[in-house]
Design a protein around this ligand. Structure first.
Ligand SMILES: *Cc1c(COP(=O)(O)O)cnc(C)c1O
Length: 457
C-alpha cells in the first residue's frame, strides 16, 4: 500500500479555540453590522478571513527572534535580511517596510503620478488603492479564462499578452511600469507561469518599461511552476524563484504571506535609481532605511521564514492542505474557482446563491451564512471589495463574486478542513431558501470592505 501524505512538521505549541452557539453568533454578527471584519476573534471558531500574518512560525523562526539586533541604524538583522533577499531574488537593493501596502506606498510615491496607467494581472485591493489614491488607473489585463471559475487551466493567474500589448501601444507614455501579482490573489490565488512572466518581460522590453512583481505568494507560485509547468519538475524551488525574479526590475512584498511571519514587508530592486528615489519615502513614512517599520527580531524571523518557505516540503504540505479541502468540496458538488489555488479556496457565490441578486451581494451573504452555520469566518472577495468606479461611482459588478476561505500556514489540521467542508455543505443544501442578501448602510470611499456596515434584507 502506498504511504499516505502527511505534514512535513509536527506541533510544539497549541492555542485553544472556542465553539459558540448559533444564537450567540446571530447576536455577534448583527452587532458587527454583518461585516466579519468587525467580529472579535473570540467570536470565531475557525478563522479563514486571511492567510496574511496569521501563520504559525517555526521553532527556528522563534529562535532567530532572540538574535534580533535592535540598533536604530545598521542593524545586523537588516543585513542578514538583505543578504537572504539578494540570494533568493538577485536584487541588490532592499527597503524594509512594516507590511506589503507600506512597500507599495513607498515605491509608488516615487513611481506613480496623477493620470498614470498601471497595467498588470488583477491588482490586489491595496495595490489598486495606492494607484487610484494617486488619481491613476489600475488596468486589469488578466486572461479571460480567470473569469470562468469552472475552467481547469493550470495558470489562470496569467497576464493576457494581447491586452497588455494593446495597453502599451495606446498609452505607453502614461505607463510607469507593469505590475504582475504572483500568485494572482484576486483571481483566486491562481499562479502565473514562467512562460507568461517571460512574455510580459518581452513586451516590457519592447516598450522599454520596467516590471514590478507584487510578490506576496511568490513561493507558492514557484511550487505551481515546478509541479505544473513543463521543464521545471527537477528544479528546486529556490532555482525557480531566482529565475522568476530575473524577469523583474523590482518587487513589493507582503512578508505576512510567503515569508510565514506575522508582520513585515519590503521592496527589493536591481535599480539604484528606484532605491534612491524611494528611500526618502521610507524614512518619511516607515522609519530609517535599516529597519523601515520592523523590529530587528522581525527581520530575523522574516529572513528565516523566507529561507524555510522556499523549500519544497514546506510548500507541499501547505498546498496539499488546500487541495484536501477542495476535494471535500468536490464530494458535495460545491462550485469554487478551479483548480484550487495556492492559499485559499474561492467559492463561487454567484453559482451557489442563485436567488440572491447581485445588488444584494451574494458572496457577502454566503460569508454571513457560513459564519452563522459553524463560526467559520471567511471573507468576501467580490462586489463589495471591488469598490465603486472612481469616475461613475457605480458598484462594479463585472468581476467575480467569491467567498474566500484563506488557509493560514501551519495553523489548522485536516480535521478543521472537514468541519469547514461540512458546514459549507449544510449552507449549500439550503441554498434555495436563501432569497435575499444585504444592503449597504454606510461605506468608505476606498477599500470599503474593511469598514462597511450592512443590514440584512
Ligand atoms: C497582502 C497583499 C498585499 C498587501 O500586503 P499587506 O501586508 O497586507 O499590507 C499586496 N499584494 C498582495 C498580492 C497581497 O496578497
Amino acid at each position: 500500500m502506498e504511504i499516505p501524505f502527511a505534514e512535513s512538521w509536527k506541533i510544539k505549541m497549541v492555542e485553544p479555540i472556542r465553539k459558540s452557539t448559533r444564537e450567540e453568533r446571530e447576536q455577534w454578527i448583527k452587532e458587527a453590522h454583518y461585516n466579519v471584519f468587525q467580529l472579535k476573534s473570540e467570536q470565531v471558531y475557525i478563522d479563514l478571513i486571511t492567510d496574511s500574518g496569521t501563520n504559525a512560525m517555526s521553532d527556528r523562526q522563534w529562535a532567530a527572534m532572540m538574535m534580533g539586533d535592535e540598533s536604530y541604524a545598521g542593524a545586523r538583522s537588516f543585513f542578514r535580511l538583505k543578504d537572504t533577499i539578494k540570494q533568493l531574488t538577485g536584487f541588490d537593493y532592499v527597503i524594509p517596510t512594516h507590511q506589503g501596502r507600506a512597500a507599495e506606498n513607498v515605491l509608488f510615491s516615487y513611481l506613480v503620478k496623477e493620470g498614470d496607467i498601471v497595467p498588470g494581472n488583477s491588482h490586489f485591493d491595496t495595490t489598486k488603492g495606492h494607484i487610484e489614491g494617486r488619481k491613476a488607473t489600475a488596468l486589469d489585463c488578466t486572461v479571460d479564462e480567470a473569469k470562468d471559475t469552472q475552467l481547469e487551466v493550470p495558470f489562470k493567474g496569467n497576464v493576457d499578452p494581447a491586452k497588455l500589448e494593446k495597453a502599451l501601444a495606446e498609452h505607453a507614455n502614461k505607463i510607469p511600469f507593469i505590475i504582475v501579482t504572483i500568485t494572482n490573489n484576486t483571481a483566486g490565488g491562481q499562479p502565473v507561469s514562467m512562460q507568461n512572466l517571460r512574455e510580459v518581460r518581452a513586451i516590457a522590453d519592447k516598450y522599454n518599461k520596467p516590471v514590478v512583481f507584487d510578490s506576496a505568494r511568490f513561493a507558492e507560485n514557484a511550487y505551481f511552476i515546478k509541479t505544473r509547468e513543463e521543464g521545471y519538475k527537477d528544479k528546486t524551488i529556490k532555482e525557480i524563484v531566482k529565475e522568476m525574479f530575473s524577469l523583474a526590475d523590482g518587487m513589493t512584498m507582503s512578508a505576512k504571506k510567503d515569508a510565514v511571519v506575522n508582520m513585515g514587508g519590503f521592496i527589493a530592486t536591481r535599480r539604484q535609481d528606484w532605491y534612491d528615489g524611494a528611500k526618502g519615502y521610507c524614512v518619511q513614512f516607515e522609519g530609517y532605511l535599516t529597519y523601515g517599520g520592523m523590529n530587528g527580531r522581525d527581520m530575523e524571523a522574516l529572513a528565516t521564514g523566507l529561507d524555510e518557505n522556499t523549500e519544497f516540503d514546506n510548500l507541499e504540505t501547505r498546498i496539499k492542505q488546500v487541495e484536501y479541502l477542495a476535494k471535500r468540496l468536490d464530494e458535495f458538488g460545491i462550485p469554487y474557482q478551479r483548480p484550487a489555488g495556492g492559499h485559499a479556496i474561492f467559492v463561487d457565490a454567484d453559482k451557489v446563491l442563485t436567488n440572491v441578486p447581485k445588488e444584494e451581494f451574494p458572496a457577502q451573504t454566503l460569508t454571513i451564512e457560513l459564519y452563522l452555520e459553524a463560526g467559520i469566518r471567511g471573507c468576501e472577495i467580490g462586489y463589495i471589495l471591488a469598490d465603486r468606479d472612481p469616475v461613475t461611482r457605480e458598484n462594479r459588478f463585472n468581476g467575480l463574486d467569491l467567498l474566500r476561505l484563506a488557509i493560514p500556514r501551519r495553523v489548522y489540521t485536516n480535521n478543521h478542513m472537514d468541519v469547514i467542508a461540512v458546514a459549507l455543505k449544510n449552507v449549500y443544501d439550503r441554498r434555495n431558501e436563501i432569497n435575499h442578501g444585504v444592503r449597504i448602510k454606510w461605506e468608505a470611499p476606498l477599500m470599503r470592505h474593511f469598514t462597511v456596515q450592512l443590514e440584512r434584507i
